[in-house]
Structures are given as structure tokens and as C-alpha cells.
Write a protein that binds this ligand. Structure first.
Ligand SMILES: Nc1nc2c(ncn2[C@@H]2O[C@H](COP(=O)(O)OP(=O)(O)O)[C@@H](O)[C@H]2O)c(=O)[nH]1
Ligand SMILES: [Mg+2]
Ligand SMILES: [Zn+2]
Length: 333
């Protein structure tokens, strides 16, 4: 029997199967192998008991994309939700989410909610001018007035979509609007834990329609770009896609280098995009400085022999020198 993990709650895995939702535990073999099962994983089940609707997960199958923070598997797109107003649109935050999608190679869809309280069309026009030429899909919605929901539905069809965006932008309201106010379902939860309330802190796969799921999470939990090298940040901005033809310098950041010849790219970049690019590069530089400090420390472990750098090896780990080995052989003789 197989199924899909739609929610994880402490040691319990809720798996959607043809028989309904089955409460599972991980087989001890999997636990021993330190195999991680994520929300969104397709799994094989064993020892299914129809009466109690309980079983054991024996294996994960067909895993494509995995996001580790939060733990979600097999996400096919990310819906980045921003509010046009209340809270004010934060372009840096939006660019950050987009860059994270590019990093994970997952398609982002930009959803701008609360269009009902945005009295002019200026901001809508601005975001369209910035993001449509970059190839990103844009949808304007109002979860309150239920506008744009019919445009959002076909985008979600046959996808597992992860919602992300700051708190208060209307993610839960959008899901409720999509579910026609059926309210966020809470799942049967173990008698032991007695907790069945819906919470966004745990990722949960919500079935909207056939083979269409939405993951209700606050989104990527680690948003700072302190895990990349500065030159890698440009890969997260589609504006730099043709950069190799423009700038021939290998480690160029295309920001202030005198010889950089990519000015027509950076000059045509929208200021809000270029500002975010520079900000993320700064974060990556901080990271690089941190790791180079660590490597300087490591270098204290080297000695110089005839101007050649050699790593000092502790006495125990050091291989015996040929002379010692020969001496030992001689002794055994
Ligand atoms: N005017 C207006 N308010 C909205 C809309 N969507 C959500 N809200 C309100 O914004 C607040 C935050 O919504 P919520 O769905 O909890 O946001 P979440 O934190 O992203 O899940 C709530 O008071 C909602 O009623 C909308 O489209 N228009
Ligand atoms: Mg919410
Ligand atoms: Zn350059």
C-alpha cells in the first residue's frame, strides 16, 4: 500500500491513502538508518490495520525536490504571497523569496493580495513592470472580496504549491477562500497528544482538489544569504542570465569593478532588484569573511619545511616514516 504524508506531528505521520488518512509510525529500520520522512513524501506502508487506521512507513519513494527548512518534499511551485497594503509591500523581502526559489530551482508565482484596499493601480502597475519582464507569473487577489481566486485555481491545479510570505499578508485567508470557507481542516490527531488544532507552525499538505495540494507554512525559515559565495548570488537573479557574454571576468560581482563591462545589464536592472542584489552579495561576503577566518585558524596547524607548506599531523595519526618501518623490520628480523 502506498500514500502521501500530509502532516507530521511529533512521531506520527498522517498518510493519505485510497482508504483514507492513516496514522503511521516509522518502521524502526528506517529510524535506525536515520532516514527522514518529510511532509509531501510518497511512502510505502506495511502492517496496515483497517480498524484502527494505523500502519508503519517502510520506505519513501519518488522524492523530487526537498526543502529542508521547513521540511517539505515534492513541492512543484512556490506561491509568494505579498500584500499590496497593510503591511506595505516589501520589495527586498519579495526578492529574497524569489532568490530562494531560484536557489532551490522551484518555480515562483507572485501573488499580490489585498487588492481591495489598494485604491490606486500605481503599485499594481509598478510590480507588473518589474516582475513580468523577468518572466514571473503575477496574480492579484483579494481573499476578502474573493477576487482573483478563480485565476489562482488553475495555477494550483496538479501542483503541490508551497505558500510563503510574511505574517499578515493573507495566506490563511487565501487558503480559506480557495476552500470556499470550508475552514482549514484539522486532522484526526493521536489520542495521546490530544492536539488537533490547526497551526501553521507544522507544515501541512491541504488537498484543494484532485492531485492539487497546498502546503501551509510560513515559507523558507532561513532567508539570509549567508550560505553562498558572493559570486554565486548573481545566479539567483534572472537579469544576469546572459552575463557571460557581457562580462568576461571570472569572479566579477558586476557592482563596482573598474573593468566590469556588464554595465548595460546592471543599469537596466530595476533599482529595487539591484539594491536587493547588492544586499544579498553583502550577506554572502560576510559569510566568506567568516569562513576565511576559520581557515586562517586552521592554517596555524601547518609547518614549513624547505618553504613547502605541510600540515602538522598529530603523533597518533601520523604514518610511520619509511626509516622507522625499515628499522622495525630489522628489529623483527
Ligand atoms: N482587506 C483585506 N484584508 C485581508 C485580505 N486577506 C487577508 N486579510 C486580513 O489580513 C489579516 C491577516 O490575514 P491572514 O490570512 O491571517 O494572514 P497570514 O498571516 O498570511 O496567514 C486578517 O485580519 C485578514 O482578515 C484581503 O484580501 N483584503
Ligand atoms: Mg496564517
Ligand atoms: Zn562584471
Amino acid at each position: 500500500m502506498n500514500g502521501r504524508v500530509i502532516k507530521i506531528f511529533s512521531d506520527f505521520y498522517y498518510v493519505e491513502t485510497d482508504f483514507g488518512i492513516v496514522e503511521c509510525k516509522m518502521k524502526s529500520v528506517l529510524k535506525k538508518q536515520k532516514e527522514d520522512v518529510y511532509t509531501g513524501d510518497f511512502v510505502l506502508l506495511e502492517q496496515f490495520d483497517k480498524n484502527s487506521m494505523q500502519a508503519f512507513i517502510s520506505q519513501t519513494i519518488n522524492r523530487s525536490v526537498i526543502i529542508t527548512r521547513p521540511k517539505v518534499a515534492n513541492v512543484s511551485q512556490v506561491i509568494i504571497v505579498s500584500a499590496l497594503k497593510e503591511p506595505d509591500l516589501n520589495f527586498e523581502q519579495l526578492n529574497r523569496y524569489i532568490a530562494h526559489c531560484e536557489y532551490h530551482k522551484i518555480k515562483p508565482v507572485l501573488c499580490f493580495n489585498k487588492e481591495d484596499i489598494d485604491d490606486t493601480d500605481d503599485l499594481k502597475e509598478e510590480v507588473s513592470n518589474i516582475y513580468a519582464p523577468l518572466g514571473y507569473d503575477i496574480i492579484f487577489t483579494s481573499a476578502l472580496k474573493k477576487t482573483g481566486i478563480d485565476e489562482l485555481k488553475p495555477v494550483l491545479k496538479y501542483n503541490t504549491s508551497m505558500l510563503c510570505g510574511a505574517s499578515g499578508v493573507g495566506k490563511s485567508s487565501l487558503i480559506n477562500a480557495l476552500l470556499n470557507d470550508k475552514m482549514l481542516r484539522t486532522l484526526p490527531v493521536s489520542e495521546k497528544t490530544k492536539k488537533g488544532v490547526h497551526t501553521t507552525r507544522h507544515c501541512e499538505l491541504i488537498k484543494l482538489f484532485d492531485e492539487s495540494y497546498i502546503v501551509d507554512t510560513p515559507g523558507f525559515s532561513h532567508l539570509k544569504f549567508d550560505f553562498l559565495l558572493p559570486v554565486e548570488v548573481q545566479k539567483l537573479f534572472v537579469e544576469f542570465d546572459g552575463i557571460k557574454k557581457e562580462c568576461k571576468y571570472k569572479n566579477c560581482l558586476h557592482i563596482s569593478e573598474d573593468e566590469c563591462s556588464a554595465e548595460n545589464i546592471t543599469r537596466s536592472m530595476k533599482p529595487c532588484r539591484f539594491d536587493s542584489y547588492k544586499k544579498f552579495v553583502e550577506e554572502a561576503i560576510e559569510y566568506q569573511e567568516k569562513i576565511s577566518k576559520i581557515s586562517v585558524k586552521k592554517e596555524a596547524n601547518v609547518k614549513y619545511n624547505k618553504n613547502k607548506m605541510m600540515t602538522k599531523i598529530s603523533h597518533k595519526k601520523r604514518n610511520l616514516s619509511r626509516k622507522t618501518i625499515n628499522q622495525n623490520i630489522n628489529l623483527e628480523d
